[in-house]
Each structure stands twice: as structure tokens, then as C-alpha cells.
Design a protein around this ligand. Sequence first.
Ligand code: S3P
Length: 180
Amino acid sequence: MVTPHLVLIGLMGAGKSTVGERCATALARPFVDTDRLVELNAGATVAEIFSTQGEPAFRALERAVVADVSVSPEPLVIACGGGVALDPDNRRALRDHGVVVWLRAEPLELAQRVGSGAGRPLLEGGPGGEAGSPAVKLERLAVLREPAYEAAAHVIVDTDGLAIGAVTDLVLEEYRTWNA
Ligand code: S3P
């Protein structure tokens, strides 16, 4: 049987990249972050892509990256941008080839972790951007996105009040149980 990827989803600030890197080290396998791959392919930052090409163009680039990494024959740890799980094709590809773990946290805690939201276009103000603090925006996104995260996830890990090391241990435990 092919070893599945370990896939991390959830809102901005959930700890997907930090926990993902630690899981990759523990499992001795490559770590990929969909945002970084999109940036590499586009030769521009996520913020630049949003501002010059718009969100739909970013989502198309993101979909291409997800389709690509999902079929990697080498098992990976994949940290997904916060919007990846909203797309049904992305959900299918990731669930077919990986164990999908939703790192869940209360919006207020996420807001503390992301601070001003710098570099995250959906949290920053900007012309034409949505009004409200990162906390308000995260609250709104949490309500809108929870059904998609739930549909994508094999496993949910609640991270509120937990340090990165503890979240990493929980994720690894769930992944190994799922794989056993
Ligand atoms: C987004 C989350 C970001 C990045 C982009 C859009 C989202 O990734 O993909 O700014 O739609 O939630 P992180 O979740 O890694 O911050």
C-alpha cells in the first residue's frame, strides 16, 4: 500500500506551516507548503499575486499546486493555505492521497497568532478590502469555512491553548493511528 501524505488544513494562524515542518522532521520526509510553491511557480509573493492578478488567479495557481503535490509518489507533509480546502477538487485530491488533519482553533486565538495579518491579503485592509480587525475577519471566515474543513478532514485536532510541540505530538499520534 502507498503511504499517504500527511496534510494539514485550517484557517490562517492555525500553525499548519510550523507544525508541518516539525512533523516532516519527525517522519523524515519532505515538507511542502502550498503558499511557498505557488510563490515559487509565480515568481511573486501571495500578496503580490492577490494585488496584481486577483484572488481567482491565486486560487487557480493554488489548485495546480495541490493537484501536483497530491500525486507525488514520495510521501510528503503538506501544509495547505487556508483556502485550499474550500475547493472540491482540492478536497478530493488531498483526501484520496493523504490523511487530512484540520488544525482547529478559536478565531480569537488565531487572531492573536497572526497579529496584524501582514502578508495575508484576506486579513489586511487595503483598498476594496473587507472592513474589520483580523479577529472579526477570522470569525467571519471560520463560520463560512467550517463546513468545508469538516468535509475535507479525516481527523480534527483542537489546538486552543496548546504549544506547538503538543500540537505536533497530537498530529503525529493521529496520523500514525490512521495509518496503522
Ligand atoms: C489564505 C490563506 C493564506 C494564503 C492566502 C489565502 C486563505 O495561507 O494562502 O493569503 O484563503 O485563508 P495561510 O493559511 O498559510 O496563512
